[in-house]
Design a protein around this ligand. Structure first.
Ligand code: XBP
Ligand code: MG
Length: 233
């Protein structure tokens, strides 16, 4: 078993993004004249449903309504993604602690790097541009995202797609996740998982992970990834 690749979840793992997603959803609803507003407690409950379109559909059904219909949901989600990517580009989205160093150290150690996420490819690009000022394809060898798979997390599909594109087997890779849905997805794909709970998932009950860490600072050595000498700050 030789570690060959690291596969990162995006939302909640690379950065705390869900408050920006929530703002984008609410701005989209207001603009469309839809009387929906997702406050923090409601959004925390709705996050059990992965995928923005699936989340809107689940909320509509929870209300017992028939509108917005599928076509409306697709249009609303496209608009939400446009607002989200603008907010990310405008704001100061900070990576979670340790993420940049781990990715840099892993690259230097010759590991392959991938993303496996429920969110849209456009959102991955916006996040990587905001954090690294580079294209997602320059930072990661493989991106597996959003509707590229029929079944979203907790199904294993997006991690299986990332592994196939990497050309490595599950035992030669490690996944990084913030949620139970993501942990379940990665485990179902046969991966070991390091969990770093995010604000919206801190209350979740995790089991089956390789390690539960507050964040990714100092995680490199436990993976056999030599850390660069800490730069005196
Ligand atoms: C978290 C999700 C996504 C985001 C919203 O993805 O479940 O649905 O909440 O993004 P991750 P979209 O797998 O990175 O934790 O509206 O683009 O789905
Ligand atoms: Mg996540």
């Amino acid at each position: 078993m030789t570690l060959k690749a690291l596969i990162f979840d995006v939302d909640g793992t690379l950065a705390e993004t869900e408050e920006i997603h929530r703002a984008a959803f609410n701005a989209t609803f207001a603009e469309a004249g839809l009387p929906w507003h997702w406050d923090i407690p409601l959004y925390g409950a709705l996050l059990k449903v992965t995928g923005g379109k699936e989340r809107m559909r689940a909320y509509r059904d929870q209300l017992g309504e028939t509108r917005p219909d599928e076509a409306d949901i697709a249009r609303l989600h496209a608009r939400k993604t446009a607002i989200y990517t603008r907010l990310v580009a405008e704001g100061r989205l900070l990576p979670r602690p340790g993420v940049m160093h781990l990715i840099e150290d892993a690259r230097r150690a010759g590991l392959h790097l991938a993303v496996a996420t429920t969110t849209s490819p456009a959102n991955v690009e916006a996040l990587v541009q905001a954090i690294w000022q580079r294209s997602a394809r320059e930072v990661f060898d493989v991106i597996a995202a959003g509707d590229e798979v029929a079944a979203k997390k907790p199904a294993p599909d997006v991690y299986c797609l990332a592994l196939a594109r990497l050309g490595v087997s599950a035992q030669d890779a490690i996944a990084f996740e913030d949620s139970v849905a993501g942990l379940t997805s990665a485990r179902a794909a046969g991966l070991r998982v390091i969990v770093t709970p995010s604000t919206y998932t801190a209350h979740e009950a995790f089991e089956g992970q390789m390690r539960l860490a507050a964040d990714l600072s100092d995680i490199g050595p436990c993976l056999g990834v030599p850390m660069r000498a800490a730069i005196a700050t």
